[in-house]
Design a protein around this ligand. Structure first.
Ligand code: ZN
Length: 234
């Protein structure tokens, strides 16, 4: 398969949007895939097209590389899983020490489905925004998990896939810095205005770091990272 084509796991959130820009600076052809897994913050999915359009409008060199968007349904996940992301329950820690925002198997399924799609589309590189540093110890965000899965998928599909996770070892402040490095103030504006990360799907409250409830774990991380990034700039 051509090594210049990448498929980005693109949710419309901050992290995957930075990953999309990262891929657009590295690969000749970039396509995106999103997953509907019955998430209660489905507003995230509605942001996807807008974010892609804004990025294409602002950066002609990215527009030239940006290929089709794909949407896959993984609705069964919300039937199987009882989590705060797929049910209307409070966000809390469970007895294993993991937050109930953890959806077992989610990122594993994302990569397997994306690889099946990449196989058909001729994309040998899959890019995801998983990150070990920020995410409450989600076991499916760990580098070991992702890279051993890449081996399994490559063996199981008899194709060499590379799973790239550019945010794996950086924190949210560094993600903001990476966004600025990739696309300057214009790209940071797109992230603030058009991406969505809030678990509660709140797009009525606008903060300097973007829209969200301001109190869920995703908003707290995003706000804290933004503040740290701004503080480091002055
Ligand atoms: Zn929130």
């Amino acid at each position: 398969m051509p090594e210049d084509k990448a498929l980005v796991l693109f949710s419309g959130g901050q992290d995957s949007t930075v990953c999309l820009a990262w891929a657009l600076t590295r690969y000749a052809n970039v396509e995106t895939v999103g997953f509907d897994y019955g998430q209660s913050h489905v507003v995230e999915l509605e942001c996807r097209a807008k974010v892609r359009d804004q990025m294409a409008d602002a950066f002609p060199e990215w527009k030239a590389k940006l290929g089709p968007d794909h949407m896959l349904s993984l609705r069964e996940l919300s039937v199987i899983s009882e989590t705060a992301l797929t049910r209307d329950v409070a966000i809390e820690m469970d007895e294993s020490g993991l937050p109930n925002t953890f959806v077992p198997g989610r990122n594993l399924l994302f990569f397997v489905y994306a690889a099946a799609l990449g196989y058909r589309r001729g994309a040998s590189t899959l890019v995801g925004g998983m990150c070990e540093t920020d995410y409450s110890g989600y076991p499916d965000c760990r580098n070991d998990t992702i890279q051993t899965l890449a081996q399994s998928v490559s063996l199981g599909m008899a194709r060499n896939f590379a799973f790239e996770t550019p945010l794996m070892y950086i924190d949210k402040a560094a993600t903001w810095a990476m966004a600025e490095e990739l696309g300057g103030a214009r790209f940071v504006d797109i992230i603030v205005e058009d991406t969505h990360s809030c678990y509660r799907g709140d797009r009525t409250h606008r903060h300097d770091w973007g829209y969200g409830c301001g109190t869920c774990p995703a908003c707290e991380l995003r706000a804290k990272g933004y503040a740290a990034w701004r503080a480091a700039k002055v």
